[in-house]
Design a protein around this ligand. Structure first.
Ligand code: FAD
Ligand code: MLT
Ligand code: ZN
Length: 536
């Protein structure tokens, strides 16, 4: 079988199987469909976070309750009836998270249009001791973007303009509320690319990306936002406007203050503007989707890909068979290779500028990987439709994980050799607790799946469930965090800590690190109004 396929490699038909089967419509890329949430599958009402986690969190009585006079003040600042949202139904979207796991009780959403308005609002809230939650596209996966009690939601959705783009330097300056996909589409017209891409691009904001220090699918090539963000504009809890949008590539004059806001998850201030260095858009992109028979082989394929594809390797993603079976159910489509037939799948993307060179490199690499017995089967996309379709088998996993009703998500950094061990350990733990089983339709009731950004040492462990329950959660937590700590990993590689991991930061940071963080928080936000009840 492998031999027959190998012979096809040189002809760039590559692995038999590039067929109509791969022509599944892409879900998220270049679309805004992400607003279709888990609610499409589950009509159950989301319980209030304050009730579900009453043992973990109590309302802080230092915070004032909202009064009519406050709402009047906000109207006077915003001068826009659509900028002040108080209707219960209209607020629902802002009060519930994407996973439908967390629900807040905010009575007020503000949608300012300028940094100056945000400054006035925040200054007032600080003086009045009104707690606030900054919110971007609300696609966060740790409950950080929604209130826990009655905090006021400040949505950045109204601040969505590109401020400038310099086509010589590649520097984009934009409002924080610009949707990532819109930023990338605009850059595309100039021959540039946004240095971050992720499945939620149709909904998440550039400011939200910076606030979470999102990693995404191409960190391997373009690096972290800590490197590509050149400057920020942010409103501090007392209303001060911090501005470092001048965007120099090199500036060694003292502390690099913008770094404090990158990954701060809305706890230090509201990011209102972002200046970011964007690379040239690659002219040639190739995708290979491979079947691999062991996790050891996945690692070896990665080492080989990094060595042989070097500068053109732009993504190396892996998926286990369980994630692909779920995705096939979710997409209602046949897997491009055959989900369930192989234990692991790998998606390799190359990005470059010379088609002949890149094609040759990828084909040569795959040929050797097959000869070495590392790759059992695979597909190379032959056109843009196939390319988009193959990506959808990776990018749809987050949504597919929720189709049963809910999902417990863990996004972790681990040494590569230990990475998949966490999925096995979680599965064994759930089995030991008698939580796994098959329903009448032969579908698992509780199932641990694994996928992620191998190139970054980042695993996503998802435990797909029928409904959220204390019983399942207590089996998984703190077990998962303890396991990660025992391997010197991090309990958050990219999604952050938010509400979900508020009590678990100690598994990845030592006492001194936590003390320094608390000192900073106290210094900039002495009244604690900025995204309270979360990790700090
Ligand atoms: P929100 O969810 O609104 O907010 C997230 C946090 O940032 C909150 O704590 C909020 O208070 C704070 N915040 C938001 N905007 C601001 C602001 N302007 N100023 C200050 N604080 C702010 N994440 C990854 O890292 N990699 C992925 O590959 C990835 N893929 C995803 C795929 C799907 C399908 C989904 C649903 C999510 C994915 N995520 C991923 C998680 C999420 O999309 C990212 O965390 C994203 O960066 C959040 O942006 P947002 O605008 O939706 O922020
Ligand atoms: C991903 O890599 O798909 C994202 O981080 C989202 C997720 O894990 O659900
Ligand atoms: Zn991810």
């Amino acid at each position: 079988m492998i031999g027959a396929r190998r012979s096809l490699l040189c002809a760039r038909g590559i692995f038999a199987g590039v067929s109509a089967r791969t022509q599944v419509p892409r879900l998220f890329k270049n679309s805004s469909k992400l607003n279709i949430r888990v609610s499409a599958y589950s009509t159950k009402t989301v319980p209030l976070t304050a009730d579900t986690y009453s043992d973990k969190v109590k309302r802080d009585d230092r915070f004032k309750q909202l009064e009519d006079s406050d709402i009047e003040f906000f109207h006077s600042v915003l001068q826009d009836p659509h900028g002040v949202i108080t209707g219960e139904e209209d607020i629902e979207f802002y009060n519930e998270d994407w996973m439908r796991k967390y629900k807040g009780q905010s009575k007020l959403v503000l949608r300012p249009k300028t940094t100056e308005q945000i400054s006035q609002i925040v200054k007032y809230c600080n003086e009045q001791k009104l707690a606030v939650v900054p919110q971007g596209g609300n696609t966060g996966l740790v409950g950080g973007s929604i209130p826990v009690f009655d905090e006021i939601i400040i949505s950045l959705a109204g601040m969505n303009k590109i401020r400038s783009f310099d086509s010589v330097s590649g520097i984009l300056k934009c409002d924080a509320g610009l949707i990532l996909e819109n930023a990338d589409n605009a850059l595309s017209e100039e021959g540039y690319i946004f240095p971050l891409d992720l499945g939620a691009k149709g909904s998440c904001h550039v400011g939200g990306n910076v606030a979470t220090n999102a990693g995404g699918l191409r960190l391997l090539k373009y690096g972290s936002l800590h490197g590509s963000v050149l400057g920020l504009e942010a409103v501090l809890p007392d209303g001060t406007i911090y501005n470092s949008m001048n965007s120099l590539r090199k500036d060694n004059t003292g502390y690099d203050l913008k770094q404090l806001f990158i990954g701060s998850e809305g706890t230090l201030g509201l990011i209102t503007g972002v200046s970011i260095l964007c690379p040239s858009r690659p002219q040639v992109v190739n995708i290979a989707f491979l079947a691999v028979s062991s996790y050891e082989a996945v690692q070896k394929v990665f080492v080989g890909a990094r060595r042989e594809l070097s500068e053109i390797l732009s993504a190396f993603e892996f998926m286990d068979d369980k994630s692909q079976l779920l995705t096939a159910r979710h997409l209602n489509a046949d897997h491009p290779i055959e989900s369930g037939e192989y234990p692991f799948y790998v998606l390799i993307e190359t990005s470059g500028s010379n088609k002949e060179h890149d094609d040759e490199k990828l084909e040569g690499f795959l040929e050797r990987a097959m000869e070495d017995g590392l790759v059992d089967d695979g597909i190379i996309a032959q056109d843009e439709t196939q390319l988009q379709s193959l990506w959808s088998w990776r990018e749809s996993i987050p949504e597919a994980s929720t189709i049963g009703g809910g999902v417990y998500k863990y996004d972790v950094s681990l040494p590569l050799s230990d990475l998949y061990g966490l999925v096995d350990a979680a599965s064994a733990k759930l089995k030991e607790a008698n939580l796994v089983g098959i329903d009448d339709d032969s579908k698992p009731v509780v199932e641990a799946i694994g996928y992620g950004h191998i190139g970054d040492g980042n695993l996503h462990l998802n435990v797909a469930v029928r409904e959220y329950s204390k019983e399942i959660e207590s089996v998984l937590e703190p077990f998962v965090y303890e396991w990660i700590q025992s391997k010197n990993g991090s309990i958050s590689a990219e999604h952050g800590l938010g509400f979900q991991k508020k009590n678990y930061i100690g598994y990845s940071k030592n006492d001194i690190e936590i003390r320094l963080m608390k000192d900073l928080k106290k210094h900039y936000d002495p009244n604690g109004i900025m995204n309270p009840y979360k990790y700090i």
